[in-house]
Design a protein around this ligand. Sequence first.
Ligand SMILES: [Zn+2]
Length: 164
Amino acid sequence: MNSQYNDFDIKAMKEAIKLSASSLECKDIPDGGPFGAVIYDKNGNFVAGGYNHVLANHDPSAHGEVQAIRAAGQKLKTWDLTGCTLYTSCEPCPMCLMTAKWANINKIFFAATRKDAANIGFRDDDLYELLKPNVFATQITECHNEAVEVMQKWLAKFDNNGSY
Ligand SMILES: [Zn+2]
């Protein structure tokens, strides 16, 4: 066994995999891909879980990890999941990885890999290839100042000491 995880982590991962199998219960069209995730707090308490609802919710962001993070946030009444651990049945895509980072989740475990996801037709692996600066979006420089002005007004009104 790798020293980065223990029996508890393996048990938690099995819960995530159980959730990933929820899609198999669907009749004709699945709720989404076969991906599930669970979140435990720093004391080892189950916080929330979720599985892919991209098709059911018509929501490309409804990945298992995002579903679990949203549910955990609702349950704990905070976006800040510092100290929590995310277990996901498959290696997180860039969106989920970054969502976890936005939630301050630093410990993330996965079971299947992005290559396994690619083998059943998912694009996670391709998306990682696209992660080069300025590939996704183009800045409209003429509007830069106008957008920043809103940010500065927001900061002046809701000064958060950089804690969001
Ligand atoms: Zn994802």
